[in-house]
Design a protein around this ligand. Sequence first.
Ligand code: ITT
Length: 188
Amino acid sequence: KKLVFATNNQHKTEEIRLALNGQYEVLNLEDIGCFTDIPETADTFEGNATLKSSYVAEHYHLDCFADDSGLEIEALNNEPGVYSARYSGSRDSLENINLVLAKLEGISNRKARFKTVISLMQNGKNHLFEGVINGTIRTELSGAKGFGYDPIFQPDGYTITFAEMDMVEKNKISHRALALQKMMVFLK
Ligand code: ITT
């Protein structure tokens, strides 16, 4: 069985492919020949996930799901949130991480959470699934795996960051994996 995943983010594709290993073949935007930068103009994860999934449904007549996700930091009024991918103005992860660390300098409340909302567009209907993981923001980077803010995010109950986990371990607990599990239950 095939599923179209409306993303340009290769790391997201790899995580989803590993999680669905054997159950579904996952095609991303590149695989279906879509090279448009789909506008993400909404101010919620739900809104942006739906913009991505409905773009593919409308233009390619395919059922499809999309993931909009980000990091919410309590002491920064839940920033970067939907602006996570370009918080510093650039998509460069290191620049975005450095901006977060600078804004949190001297702040003792390090609480944060990663959130994913998946929009599944099936037969013209939108189904939303959410996943959240709570954690804290480190004062320095640690680890080289994963992507985005993984080197500074330590999930609650762990002493290592997401970037120090291999993908199998991250996929057991991550926001993305939790949202995906809910979608899988729905699809069964
Ligand atoms: P698509 O829209 O093409 O799927 P994107 O990278 O632009 O890819 P988003 O708009 O959902 O995706 O932005 C999510 C950003 O949040 C992402 O670029 C990272 O900076 C951060 N992020 C999301 N999930 C993450 C994770 O599991 N680990 C680290 N950072 C994550």
